[in-house]
Design a binder for this molecule. Structure first.
Ligand code: ADP
Ligand code: ADP
Length: 232
């Protein structure tokens, strides 16, 4: 469903060039929990920004369901963006808004009707187990709870892909496990494809079926987690 073909990315800043990606090719299939692992600076964030269209490659192509992103109309591009949800290391919640409004935001932006928004937000809060926090503010929640809200917000527009960028790196091991279990449920119950960016091998071994290992802008290994890393 997501295909990167020979992607290279060169950043040019103040006359200095950094090659963040070198000829990267990657195939993520529907239903995968796909892990991308590597040290800081390996190019993982740059790769994510290719997949959610925040940045375009210097060369190579991104295909969604076999169709080249370059050939998308503005309308198709907006639709494709709605189809991708994202969660972050520091949750990126709006602290001045209630939990309800944080989760509602993507639906408000999509101009959904008030009642539709209300039903959907409450359904999502129930799903992540935080129905009773609707009227609280983000800084009244623990880290694990904030990430559950991040997940609810990411799922609001019914995406078919969920991108997780170091989504558990700020959480303790126990909370990390509960978030990973939630991601597994999302994958299995809603058939949502998940892409996990991390520097932690244990996360890949716990929930990913496929993995790509990145180093210095290149994918140095890719395959089934068991083949690449063996049993945990
Ligand atoms: P990772 O997410 O694995 O830490 P990044 O994709 O953030 O890796 O970075 C890969 C390389 O690209 C690094 O050398 C980084 O300094 C550089 N880089 C990332 N983003 C930018 C940018 N916007 N401008 C210039 N260089 C960047
Ligand atoms: P989680 O399992 O999500 O990590 P914790 O065990 O960290 O939750 O938190 C337990 C309880 O403490 C939660 O119900 C949460 O409401 C409350 N709590 C945690 N941090 C804060 C905070 N900074 N302010 C108010 N309540 C908090």
């Amino acid at each position: 469903m997501i295909q990167l073909e020979n992607i290279s990315k060169i950043y040019r800043r103040n006359g200095k060039e950094t090659q963040a990606l070198k000829n990267v090719s990657l195939h993520v299939n529907k239903g995968d929990i796909f892990g991308v692992i590597g040290f800081s600076g390996a190019g993982k964030s740059t790769l994510v920004r290719m997949v959610n269209f925040l940045e375009s490659p210097t060369s190579g192509s991104v295909l969604i369901d076999g169709k080249d992103l370059n050939s998308f109309s503005p309308k198709e591009l907006r639709q494709a963006q709605k189809d991708i949800g994202m969660i972050f290391q520091h949750f990126n919640l709006l602290n001045s808004k209630t939990i309800y409004h944080n989760v509602a935001l993507p639906l408000v932006l999509a101009k959904e009707k008030k009642q539709v928004i209300k039903d959907r937000v409450m359904e999502l809060l129930r799903f992540v187990g935080l129905e009773d926090k609707a009227l609280n503010y983000p800084n009244e929640l623990s880290g694990g709870q904030k990430q559950r809200i991040g997940i609810a917000r990411a799922l609001a527009t019914n995406p078919s892909i969920l991108l997780c960028d170091e989504a558990t790196s700020a959480l303790d091991p126990q909370t990390t496990d509960s978030i990973l279990k939630l991601l597994q449920r999302i994958n299995q119950e809603y058939n949502i494809t998940i892409m996990i960016i991390t520097h932690e091998m244990s996360i890949i071994q716990k929930i990913c079926n496929r993995v790509a290992v990145m180093e210095n802008g290149e994918i140095i290994e890719e395959g089934d987690v068991l083949d690449v890393f063996g049993n945990p």
